[in-house]
Design a binder for this molecule. Structure first.
Ligand code: HEC
Ligand code: HEC
Ligand code: HEC
Ligand code: HEC
Ligand code: HEC
Ligand code: HEC
Length: 282
């Protein structure tokens, strides 16, 4: 309620997602805010407690740069959890890594399958994609645990794929022997780029099982800390100018290098993943 009032007093009704963190709530005595984060004079959370963008609440959504380093104070954050744990105790929030799906013997842990699937699918004879029965629509299945904005550009990608791009996707699926599944409305979604499955759950010869996994799922991807490095910008490989020309507007990419990838349908590191959909002029 407080939250609505707060927004109502500002010029714009900036609507936050239902999963957004509560605002204007009192900070309990047991909680210590980290350096650089401040409560308002009544000891409550404000936008500026967490966000380093001035007058965020008065801005229009399209004017907010969610990819700015200080969008979340102290950022960019490699793991969102680390941001949360500055205020919250780690323990109660520790989450089940549902992607650890094989036991020590390499057998599937069925309890993990049933988190997303209505029934455990047959790994030997994977069902057709439209026969897979998930507990939630595919575009929502990841969001209980992950945010809609788990990383830069994820939200910008939940878009419908145009005809030309669809042709690229189909060609890439064929070329690499993989799947890049879209949601029911033809939008890019999390599992378009990510496999939800630990490598080995589905036969790696099967298109749904073929994936990039440089490391274990427990470890997660690894980044080199060369953010905003001039080397990156100079790197022709990224072909940013072409992309900007195509889109007719400036584009911010993730200025950090991937050192190791996991749960990816194709490697992003060398651009293969991006090229499955985007065509750049050579
Ligand atoms: C306790 C910390 C915290 C407070 C307080 C907070 N936010 Fe956020 N906000 C977050 C986090 C965390 C995210 C998700 C970032 C991500 O996914 O990378 C987020 C995301 C957002 C986003 C983009 C995604 C979305 O849900 O639309 C907007 C816009 C936003 N916040 C605005 C606000 C405004 C306006 C206020 C004050 C009314 C506010 N935030 C207060 C932590 C906070
Ligand atoms: C600046 C400190 C701060 C940060 C950073 C922060 N929180 Fe909170 N959070 C609070 C406060 C204060 C409350 C309200 C008091 C309470 O419930 O302990 C709260 C409440 C919550 C609640 C309970 C909400 C409810 O409706 O009961 C959850 C869940 C939560 N936070 C998760 C997160 C997650 C996930 C993140 C990271 C994305 C995060 N918090 C980051 C301060 C913070
Ligand atoms: C985090 C959610 C999630 C978990 C956990 C999960 N799956 Fe899936 N699974 C999906 C989604 C989404 C699809 C459809 C898209 C795809 O094929 O990747 C799918 C598809 C499949 C398919 C069909 C692949 C195809 O497209 O032909 C098989 C087989 C499968 N899962 C087996 C399993 C098994 C076995 C487990 C447990 C060890 C498991 N899944 C755990 C989300 C999950
Ligand atoms: C039950 C909660 C849960 C669900 C549902 C879930 N994840 Fe995760 N996921 C995790 C946890 C926990 C991690 C470990 C890292 C972390 O805490 O962020 C993780 C990590 C990841 C990673 C990073 C790789 C790694 O090994 O750390 C990717 C990519 C990912 N998830 C994609 C997905 C996708 C795509 C879906 C939906 C098909 C999904 N997740 C559904 C809990 C979940
Ligand atoms: C256009 C492709 C694309 C889409 C769509 C996408 N991701 Fe990612 N995601 C990536 C790339 C590239 C990485 C870098 C890590 C890697 O290559 O292993 C990544 C990394 C991650 C990580 C690990 C972050 C870390 O630093 O530990 C998580 C978690 C994740 N994605 C979840 C999601 C979820 C949830 C969605 C849907 C809301 C999503 N992704 C949509 C391409 C994508
Ligand atoms: C499965 C298809 C697909 C993959 C894979 C993919 N993209 Fe995209 N990308 C899209 C779609 C769809 C859009 C939104 C429509 C548009 O702007 O063309 C988009 C938009 C973008 C944008 C513009 C975002 C904005 O600001 O609006 C950038 C930048 C981008 N992609 C970069 C990448 C990079 C870098 C990779 C590889 C890590 C990648 N994409 C992988 C489909 C994809």
């Amino acid at each position: 309620m407080l939250f609505c009032l707060l927004l109502a007093t500002s010029g714009h009704a900036l609507e936050l997602s239902s999963r957004h963190h509560p605002v204007a709530v009192a900070i309990p005595e047991s909680m210590t805010l980290p350096d650089g984060m401040r409560a308002d004079d009544k000891g409550r959370l404000t936008c500026a407690t967490c966000h380093g963008i001035e007058d965020l609440e008065d801005k229009r959504r399209e004017d907010i740069d969610v990819e700015a380093e200080d969008f979340l104070r102290g950022g960019p954050w490699k793991k969102l959890d680390a941001f949360c744990f500055q205020c919250h105790d780690e323990k109660p929030y520790q989450r089940l890594n549902i992607h650890v799906q094989l036991d020590e013997k390499g057998a599937p842990r069925e309890e993990t399958c049933n988190y997303c699937h209505r029934e455990t699918p047959d790994r030997e004879h994977p069902p057709e994609r439209d026969e897979v029965e998930l507990r939630l629509p595919v575009e929502r299945i990841c969001l209980g645990c992950h945010l809609k904005t788990p990383h830069l550009n994820a939200l910008a990608h939940s878009r419908k794929v145009e005809e030309k791009m669809l042709e690229n996707i189909q060609a890439a699926e064929k070329e690499h022997g993989i799947i890049l599944p879209l949601d029911g409305k033809g939008h890019v979604t999390c599992v378009t780029c990510h496999s939800p499955h630990e490598k080995g759950v589905i036969d790696p010869q099967h298109p749904a099982g073929r994936q990039t996994a440089d490391r274990g799922v427990e470890e997660g991807p690894e980044y080199l800390p060369s953010r905003w490095s001039p080397i990156y910008q100079a790197d022709k490989e990224e072909r940013l100018p072409e992309l900007e020309k195509k889109l007719g507007r400036p584009v911010t990419l993730q200025y950090r290098r991937l050192a190791a990838e996991v749960l990816m349908r194709l490697p992003a590191r060398d651009g293969s993943l991006c090229r499955a959909c985007h065509s750049f002029d050579d």
